[in-house]
Ligand binder design. Structure first.
Ligand code: AR6
Length: 169
């Protein structure tokens, strides 16, 4: 699996699937979640509502998928990151689950290129360096059937610097 880092708005990225840092309601919010729903259009929210009606809320660390609506991707994989609350062990485990469960879904969907935002490092206040280490470690240890490329899409300079340093690129 190839790993790349770039600084961009994830809604503009060409990939088979882009990952959304959602919340347990799956009904949208601010940050990257707001940007994806705004750019992708109402088809995404409609599918999120259908998932809610079927399974209820999405637990932290879990992932579900919908259409990508007007975006160029085929799918949006919605995962719910942990809110940083100082319980480091639990937060680390839940954040790793987000990456792993998103990759598992992507494999099932025959995704070749998947783009991740820096889950939990915005409104949910997860320390950026620790989050990046977990993201990279989880991706590197994932045994994929068909994913060829993982894009870490950083929105802020701080995250871009951290990912580039940790990945030596
Ligand atoms: N493209 C790529 N990355 C982005 C974009 C974008 N367009 N916009 C923000 N980011 P956040 P969280 C980065 O706050 O911390 C929502 O309200 C941002 O710089 O979007 O997981 C949800 O509904 C940061 O590095 O998500 C939840 O309630 C990263 O995306 C809550 O926020 C994550 O920041 C989730 O909080």
């Amino acid at each position: 699996m190839k790993i790349e880092v770039l600084r961009a708005d994830i809604t503009k990225i060409k990939a088979d699937a882009i990952v959304n840092a959602a919340n347990t309601s799956l009904l949208g919010g601010g940050g990257v979640d707001g940007a994806i729903h705004k750019a992708g259009g109402k088809a995404i929210l409609e599918e999120c509502i259908a998932i809610r009606n079927k399974q209820g809320k999405c637990a932290t660390g879990e992932a579900v998928y919908t259409t990508a609506g007007n975006l160029s991707a085929k799918f949006v994989i919605h995962t719910v990151g942990p809110v940083w609350n100082g319980d480091q062990e639990k937060c680390e485990r839940l954040l790793a689950n987000c990456y792993r469960n998103s990759l598992l879904l992507a494999d099932q969907l025959n995704v070749k290129v998947i783009a991740f935002p820096n889950i939990s490092t915005g409104i949910y206040k997860f320390p950026k360096e620790l989050a990046a280490k977990i993201a990279i470690d989880t991706v590197k240890h994932f045994n994929t059937a068909g994913i060829e490329k993982v894009l870490f899409v950083c929105f802020d300079e701080g995250n871009e610097e951290i990912y580039k340093r940790l990945l030596n690129v």
